[in-house]
Design a protein around this ligand. Structure first.
Ligand code: AMP
Ligand code: MG
Length: 942
């Protein structure tokens, strides 16, 4: 017994793993059927028809279906330098074919079922191609070409020898041996046996000695017969039940972020990247695993699961993992198709730390090993998962771990190296293979090239290594907080792409900047509406008079002033007057339903309200002191036309705009002067606005985009053209007016662009002239790429600016200029990069930055971040959180938008995390819809 103990202790961890697998299977056998019911695995008569093993049956079916597919060709090649005894080599291969029946087997249909047909013996000749006459370059090209051709030549399972060998002579002392087998007679382990036997036999035969290899006790056919006898009835049922229980409840499809849209039918174009995990880290991983009582395989698999979870944001991850499936001693020295794929479904929920997750993974794997006999295809068949042809069923990524498997061929007098074979196919989205050598871990990442770019895969491998480092350094960190990004990448995401600092002084407020502009261009037209207009001078005088009046009734900084007017010259006068008095404007759209106006008035408690007499009569009751711009005009016009003096600083509030709220009630967003000005300047810089520009004011005053549309022109000496709702809602009129009024800057929401395009496209003769238009700005919701492209096809010289940003951050925080059509492959129009003095962070729920390409939630920091929600401190605290990446005391706004970084630093908008929706650019939350439906049950039906 103690001897056994010692032997156990001396086993390598991987051997122990194998032993454990076997013990588990053993336990499984003894628990499901009595051990004495397991039939002996012995040689059976070849008189009877020999069935295909279950795994072979599946491949055979696939082959029938796909008609000689090359997907299951297993190709290898070696380069042999030195003196090669070709005759001995031929003899060796013939001997291997003679030893292993499976290499002399074909698969034929007899009475409707496939059976194994074994040739008792056959003559093997080694084909040789002489390439000696070629130049060195030609040789290497020819070798690659032939290797590719060999690997891609289909096998006829019924008639061909399913092992194909060919030798190429490159010189007297240089040969390349190509070896291709069909998977139905082989697997990775088998190739190991092949190579091993080849070495032993070559050594013997080249010295004219007989084969030293012992007779094989059984053949693959015996295993197939045994399997049919054993894996049936109760044993089979138990295994099926196990997998059903593990994998139903829909083992989820792994949604890895791809570089290109996933094709509707899975494709198999692939490529491979090679990597090494340095000696030092390998050693640390080994030690760590030993100390955790885990094998290196388990540790690496667990890390891979974390990586996939961090990439997909999913916590239920299924990974395929091959098992040798040679649980009986007799099968270990056989060539043949034994390997099976197990689906390891890993639960990462509950924020585990690494050791806990490792324990979960170990359990999952051990349970799976205990039920490893049922071929994967039968598991699929039993589960019949909902078929989606764009994915591999049950799992989409594979993890492979081998111990020292780099089979080195040790041939006397020959130096043998494996031939680098380009792999151009892949069965899965990703296959990560790691091999433990005596020194370090080496790895390969095979990936689907229709889904992923090489750069994305190199990054993924870097992240895998960063995770490995992080885990051995601090295994007790919660898995979602483990570092993922390299230092360089972290710097790029957090610093470089956020380096938007633009120096300018915010020591003055908007009205002061406007006053300076009045000095420069007093006679220029500042604003137009229908057939009325005001010059800078006139606008300033009228605003000054009203401002003095407002000051007289107590308006000063931080005092909220409601303004309920139709969009008009007067409204702009009103806004400027409120600013000049130092106050804060709160827009109330007279077209709004009475209840909403009542809510805003009571929630904001505005102390002063600017309106018209006829509008006021329709307004709900309120406590504000009302200033009627029409009937009070005489009093107001008595006031001074001089610029008033007020004490207001850029950190004071500029406006409060009510926007949707999840509670069903709108909430007031408080924006300060500095945020508003920062946005105005971002527009001035990015659109290069000057006094020659005419900006269309199209948006209702309750919509944040109205702010810059109304005000930006006044900072550059340009003209604001206020368009009535009637024009804005009529695309034909709008297009006509844009031309008539010489508009250079127009902003619309995508739904309006859609209508404009229909109008434009209805003019089959000549599209409307828009001779002054310089920019078309799209905002408010996702811009469908095809709208964008249609516009640019009609107006190639009028670029689009996709502008994104929430009301809470003073409107837009990103700009994406588009000069060329995006093309049909573009799934989402990017929203671009951060505007001036703005920082953007795409984070996971643990507030860790996610890598490029991976989806996370978008957070905004910097000058535009608003003060919060009026009178709603809890809501404010939820949405405006301390900025963990910025200076102390600054805050980040949590947008609720899902986004990801593209390679070039532009951001792609991926939709909402919550239930907020947009209708014609207007924000609406689920709570509001529910509130409306509660009041209007009649709407429910539609
Ligand atoms: P609002 O506060 O009305 O400006 O709405 C802001 C929200 O509208 C954002 O959080 C996004 O969900 C959406 N949004 C605004 N602009 C865009 C855009 N250009 N692309 C995609 N979504 C946008
Ligand atoms: Mg916005």
């Amino acid at each position: 017994m103690s001897d056994l103990r010692k032997r156990l202790d001396n086993l390598s961890l991987e051997k122990r793993e194998l032993l454990l697998q076997k013990l588990q299977t053993h336990k499984q056998i003894s628990s499901t059927s009595d051990i004495d019911k397991v039939p002996p695995l012995i040689a059976v008569s070849r008189e009877q028809t020999v069935p295909l093993s279950f795994a072979q049956q599946c491949l055979w079916f696939l082959d029938q279906l796909e008609g000689g597919s090359v997907n299951y060709n297993m190709a290898t090649g070696v380069r042999l330098i030195g003196f090669l005894q070709v005759a001995a080599l031929e003899q060796v291969i013939a001997e291997i074919v003679q030893r292993h029946e499976v290499l002399r087997t074909n698969f034929k249909t007899v009475n409707g079922t496939a059976v194994q047909v074994i040739a008792p013996s056959l003559t093997f000749t080694l084909p040789m191609l002489d390439l000696q006459a070629l130049t060195a370059e030609e040789k290497s090209a020819e070798v690659q070409r032939l290797a590719r051709e060999e690997a891609h030549r289909p096998f006829d399972l019924a008639n061909d020898l399913l092992l194909r060998v060919s030798l190429m002579r490159l010189g007297a002392d240089e040969h390349v041996l190509l070896l291709t087998m069909h998977h139905i007679v082989s697997d990775a382990w088998s190739i190991g046996i092949f190579v091993q036997e080849l070495a032993i036999l070559y050594k013997a035969f080249s010295c004219l000695e007989p084969s030293p290899l012992p007779e094989l006790p059984i053949q693959y056919a015996d295993f197939a017969c045994w399997q049919h006898q054993w894996l049936q009835g109760k044993v089979r049922e138990t295994q099926i039940n196990y997998w059903k229980q593990k994998l139903t409840g829909s083992s989820p499809v792994l949604e890895l972020p791809t570089d290109r849209p996933r094709p509707p039918i899975q494709t198999f174009q692939g490529d491979t990247q090679h990597f090494q995990i340095g000696l030092h880290l390998t050693q640390k991983l080994k030690t760590f695993s030993q100390e955790s009582g885990a094998t290196l395989f388990m540790t690496l698999l667990t890390v891979f699961a974390i990586l996939l979870s961090r990439y997909s944001g999913m916590e239920d991850i299924a990974i395929g993992s091959p098992v040798a499936n040679r649980n009986r001693l007799e099968t270990e020295s056989l060539i043949g198709f034994f390997v099976n794929t197990l689906v390891l479904r890993i639960d990462l929920s509950g924020k585990p730390r690494f050791p806990e997750l490792l324990a979960r993974v170990q359990q999952v794997a051990l349970d799976a090993y205990a039920h490893q006999d049922l071929p994967f295809e039968q598991v699929v068949e039993a589960l019949h998962p909902e078929r989606n042809l764009s994915y591999n069923p049950l799992f989409q990524v594979m993890f492979n771990f081998e111990h020292n498997s780099a089979q080195t061929l040790d041939l006397p007098g020959l130096n043998v190296t494996s031939l680098a074979m380009e792999n151009v196919t892949t069965k899965f989205d990703l296959t990560l293979s790691l091999t433990e050598t005596d020194l370090e871990l080496t790895g390969e990442l095979e990936y689907n090239t229709d889904l992923f770019n090489p750069s994305t895969m190199s990054r993924l491998l870097e992240h895998f290594q960063t995770l490995l480092e992080g885990i051995v350094t601090n295994p007790h960190q919660p898995i979602f907080e483990l570092p993922l990004l390299t230092t360089v990448e972290r710097h790029q995401l957090l610093m470089e792409w956020n380096n938007t600092q633009v120096e300018y002084v915010f020591d003055r407020c908007i009205h002061q900047l406007f006053e300076a502009q009045v000095e420069r261009t007093p006679k220029a037209v500042a604003v137009m509406f229908e057939n009325q207009q005001l010059t800078y001078q006139q606008l300033n005088c009228r605003a000054n008079q009203l401002a003095h009046h407002l000051q007289a009734i107590g308006v000063k900084s931080e005092v909220l002033v409601g303004i309920c007017l139709e969009r008009s010259l007067e409204m702009l006068v009103g806004l400027l007057a409120i600013f000049k008095a130092g106050g804060v404007y709160v827009p109330l759209d007279p077209d709004y339903p009475k209840e909403r106006l009542a809510y805003i008035l009571s929630d904001s408690q505005v102390s002063v309200l600017l309106t018209h007499k006829n509008i006021a009569t329709a307004l709900p009751e309120n406590k504000a002191r009302v200033v009627y711009l029409d009937t009070d005009s005489e009093v107001i016009s008595q006031q001074s036309e001089q610029n008033p003096v007020s004490v207001v600083a850029n950190k004071n509030l500029a406006y409060v705009i009510y926007t949707s709220g999840s509670t069903g009630m709108p909430k007031g967003v408080m924006i300060e002067h500095r945020g508003m000005l920062n946005h105005l300047y971002a527009k001035i810089w990015d659109l290069k606005l000057t006094e020659t520009d005419a900006i269309a004011q199209t948006a209702p005053q309750s919509f944040d985009i109205s702010v810059w549309q109304l005000l930006v022109g006044l900072l550059v000496g340009g003209r604001v053209e206020i368009f009535s709702n009637e024009i804005v809602h009529n695309p034909a009129k709008l297009l006509e007016q844009i031309e008539k009024q010489g508009i250079s800057i127009l902003e619309v929401v995508p739904s309006l662009l859609q209508m404009m395009l229909l109008e434009i496209e209805s003019h089959n003769q000549e599209r409307p002239h828009l001779s002054k238009l310089r920019w078309l700005i799209l905002t408010g919701e996702a811009l469908p790429p095809n709208l964008c492209d249609r516009w640019l096809n009609h107006y190639p010289t009028i670029p689009i600016l996709n502008a994104y940003g929430p009301t809470e951050c003073s409107d837009d925080v990103t700009h994406y200029p588009i000069y060329q059509p995006l093309g049909a492959e573009t799934l989402n129009t990017p929203i671009g990069r951060a505007v001036a003095n703005t920082q953007l962070y795409i984070l996971n729920p643990q507030l860790q930055p996610v890598p490029i390409g991976v989806a996370g939630e978008l957070y905004v920091g910097g000058a535009g971040v608003g003060r919060g929600y009026l009178n709603k401190p809890e809501l404010t605290d939820q949405a405006f959180i301390p900025n963990v990446f910025g200076t102390e005391g600054t805050r980040l706004y949590k947008t609720g938008d899902k986004a990801r970084y593209l390679n070039d630093g532009n951001i792609e908008f991926l939709g909402r995390i919550d239930y907020q929706v947009k209708i014609r650019g207007f924000r609406i939350e689920l709570g509001e819809i529910e509130a409306v439906l509660a009041q209007h049950p009649d709407l429910r039906e539609t």
